[in-house]
Design a protein around this ligand. Structure first.
Ligand code: GLN
Length: 454
């Protein structure tokens, strides 16, 4: 099979199903075909091939791509053409994958259903009445529907793992700092991480291998040697110590989801792993802490969208202030405005100590819950989400219910540790995700545990 044939297959699959799934915002067909032809010329020669040679990839639309529209699914950036590639995009090129196009998401990655895209929703390939999850919903749906071989997403509070769970695929959020954020449009800089969405764990290891590593362009990038993730997939979990937080299987968890997770834990036991219940007592504060911190950081990060530098500029402003006001009123959707207002409030003088500072302190307590468990255990396992994918429209009028879908993924971002979601069964015909969380920079153990179950 030539790369051109692979790329052909990807676009013809998109032609067949994307009218229904609507995972893509932009296709880059001409460039993809040119890149494929170039790789095909190399096929016969003896030049060594990249790790992801010829694989068709989709990129979430908040990761900048040179000359290829990058909208963050926002009207503000509907005509924004970046002048450079994000580090992860450069790394994919170096690994010789082929970028097929840019994928739909919740506007500026704020949301968990893709219903906050300002262009159109994406539909769950398993059942179009259901959401694909979010914010990387396009990234998950495109892989689940077979439109691309793998995709990249970003995860601030669950946005890779939750849509992976809802679409029945594998999604990994690496340790904070493992993958460069240079060229990722910032939502909450202390939480954001880029990671792979794939059909299986082995592919996840390959893509992570290609995108991980220190980047001088990102001051929060970790200066560490990258292990060989692929060779960590031994299939052996004998003696692996698994912690199951009782808070992760309590109130609000759908009984079918709980059953699927308990069954998976039995499988681990049968393979020789040690499964024990633990307590992570600060879990209940994670969602409140997250929405204070993430909104605060977002209100500061999104100040750069002023109508002058990027994207859309409002017409006929009376003066400079009016230009800011008009551009932002017209450019941002309702959820983004809500976050900016929440964050601005939490950061304003008089409230900073009561909200932002308090939330930072609780974040430390949540991180300590993880540190304590990891003194005695290798991984933490539970459901990725309390329920399977919900119906489109069923939560749009209730942002708080929507926020609670991330109750099990958010603590992992607050602690900065790695987490993966893998399929582990079904609830009412929709896929259920199993979340495996590891020690900082111990992606190898997370991947090994995930792979052994698969
Ligand atoms: N759903 C969460 C939110 O709306 C998480 C989003 C994300 O991880 N980008 O903030």
């Amino acid at each position: 099979l030539s790369v051109s044939e692979l790329v052909d297959e990807s676009y013809s699959r998109i032609g067949q199903v994307d009218g229904k799934v609507k995972a893509f915002l932009t296709l880059d067909e001409e460039n993809a075909r040119a890149a494929a032809r170039k790789l095909d010329e190399q096929l016969g020669g003896d030049e060594s091939r990249g790790l992801l040679f010829g694989l068709p990839a989709g990129i979430k639309d908040n990761i900048v791509t040179e000359g290829l529209t990058t909208t963050c699914a926002s009207q503000f950036l509907r005509n924004f053409n970046p002048v450079y590639d994000a580090t992860v995009v450069q790394k994919l090129k170096a690994a010789q994958s082929v970028t097929i196009g840019k994928l739909n998401m919740d506007e500026f990655a704020m949301g968990g259903s893709n219903e906050n895209s300002s262009f159109h929703p994406t539909y769950n390939p398993w059942n179009p009445e259901h959401v694909p999850g979010g914010s990387s919903g396009g990234s998950a749906a495109a892989v689940a529907a077979g439109e691309v071989y793998f995709s990249l997403g970003s995860d601030t509070g669950g946005s890779i793992r939750q849509p992976a769970a809802y679409c029945g695929i594998v999604g990994m959020k690496p340790t904070y700092g493992l993958v460069s954020r240079f060229g990722l449009v910032a939502f909450a800089s202390s939480l954001d991480q880029i990671g792979p969405l794939t059909k299986n764990v082995e592919d996840s290891a390959y893509v992570l291998q290609a995108i991980a590593g220190h980047d001088p362009q990102d001051s929060t990038s970790a200066k560490v040697d990258i292990p060989d993730y692929i060779s960590s997939l031994t299939g052996d979990v004998k003696g692996l110590r698994i912690a199951v937080p009782k808070e992760y299987l309590g109130e609000g968890i759908d009984p079918q989801v709980k059953d699927a997770v308990l069954t998976a834990l039995k499988v681990y036991e049968s393979m020789g792993a040690i499964v024990e219940e633990v307590s992570m007592p600060h879990s209940e504060y994670a969602v409140a802490t997250y929405y204070l911190l993430a909104s605060s950081e977002a209100s500061s990060n999104l100040a750069r969208f002023d109508g002058v530098r990027y994207g859309v500029r409002a017409e006929n402003p009376a003066n400079l202030l009016d230009l800011y006001h008009k551009s932002r009123s017209q450019g941002f959707g309702p959820e983004v405005k809500r976050r900016i207002m929440l964050g601005t409030y939490a950061l304003s003088s008089g409230y900073y100590d009561a909200y932002y500072l308090k939330a930072q302190k609780v974040r430390t307590l949540i991180k300590q819950d993880f540190d304590n468990v990891f003194k005695n255990y290798d991984v933490i396992i539970g459901p990725t989400t309390p329920t399977a994918a919900f119906k489109i429209g069923s939560q749009t009028s209730d942002p708080l219910t929507m926020y609670l879908n991330d109750i099990l993924t958010i603590p992992v971002n607050l602690a900065g540790v790695p987490g993966i979601s893998i399929p582990c069964g079904f609830a009412d015909g929709m896929p259920v995700g199993l979340q495996i969380v590891g020690k900082p920079l111990d992606e190898s153990t997370v991947l090994r545990a995930a792979h052994a179950y698969e």
